[in-house]
Ligand binder design. Structure first.
Ligand code: PMP
Length: 302
């Protein structure tokens, strides 16, 4: 029998099968809302505070007042994990503007909806880590920051979805997205790093990319292991001639890119720095965050 999953909706737990929002919710009608994707590793919610800070910053930017303090939200997330009795999980935290009328005007909306979905993690196939992936540059450009800033993790993900479809049509799973000026921004749902002569580069935020939690974790690991990492703009050419290329994200973790627009990266295999950072990242995820089952963490280690 399948285990019952519970969805947190504004303080209530609703069976997964019965969890619905109104068709008049502006999250549904207009993508008016924000979200986070968070991983739980062996009961440890990886960098939960950082995800929540990003969530509250996204909310602030779109003038959406989350009806909870960050502490209450943290507790709601931890409780939802325990309610679903999962140790390894993927969390989708969604805040919509709420139910309104058919006009764009958010002032017609009632209270925001706070939704926490806790589900099993869909792991990427091991082959993708062992062999790396191919990506292509897609025609659709990243949203410009003065239209819809990519730093806002908004429910309006059409930019990313179009890019994902363009990559899929080209026969690959992930895209290389450029900004309006032609600089590399990010993937459809991941940040990008390149390695050249032992130095790592990742596009700075102003180029137009999400401030990835995994991206930051990788930069922290670089500091700890003596790698230089620079936030600098770079072009497709720099990606083609890089020694290593990798993507980072909550779902993907750290994944090597071995082919870009038909050009082989390095020797066509995941590189040593990518592999090292993936290994270190996997060491970090169970300890850097918030325990959802703290009483067990206090048990003496035998
Ligand atoms: N860029 C985009 C557009 C994303 O949606 C995501 C999250 N899936 C990322 C980058 C990676 O961010 P994080 O490491 O916080 O998951």
């Amino acid at each position: 029998m399948k285990e019952q999953r519970w969805v947190y909706m504004n303080g209530d737990y609703v069976k997964k099968e019965e969890a619905t929002v109104s068709i008049f919710d502006h999250g549904f009608l207009y993508g008016d809302g924000i979200f986070e994707g968070i991983r739980v590793y062996d009961g440890n919610v990886f960098r939960l505070r950082d995800h929540l800070i990003r969530l509250y910053e996204s909310a602030h930017s779109i003038l959406l007042e989350i009806p909870y303090t960050i502490e209450k939200m943290e507790e709601a997330v931890l409780q939802s994990i325990r309610k679903n009795q999962l140790k390894n999980a993927y969390i989708r935290l969604v805040i919509t503007r709420g139910k309104g009328d058919l006009s764009l005007d958010p002032s017609t909306c009632e209270d925001p909806k706070v939704i926490i979905i806790v589900d099993q993690v869909k792991m990427f196939p091991q082959r993708m880590y062992d062999e790396g992936v191919s990506i292509v540059t897609v025609p659709t450009r990243r949203n410009v920051p003065d239209a819809l800033n990519p730093k806002i993790k908004s429910l309006n993900y059409l930019n990313n979805i179009l890019v994902k479809m363009e990559a899929n049509q080209a026969g690959v799973g992930e895209a290389l997205m450029l900004n309006q000026a032609g600089y590399v921004a990010e993937g459809s749902g991941d940040n990008i790093f390149i390695v050249k002569k032992g130095i790592l580069f990742t596009p700075p935020g102003y180029i137009g990319a999400l401030d990835g939690i995994t991206r930051q974790a990788i930069m922290d690991l670089c500091g700890r292991h003596g790698y230089t990492v620079k936030e600098e703009p770079f072009t497709r050419h720099d990606v083609y001639v890089a020694d290593e290329v990798f993507l980072t994200g909550t779902a993907a973790e750290v994944i090597a890119v071995v082919k870009v627009d038909g050009r082989m990266v390095g020797d066509g295999k995941p590189g040593p720095i990518t592999n090292h950072l993936l290994e270190e990242f996997r060491g970090l995820v169970t300890i850097d965050g918030t325990q959802a089952y703290p009483e067990e963490a206090d048990e003496p280690q035998l």
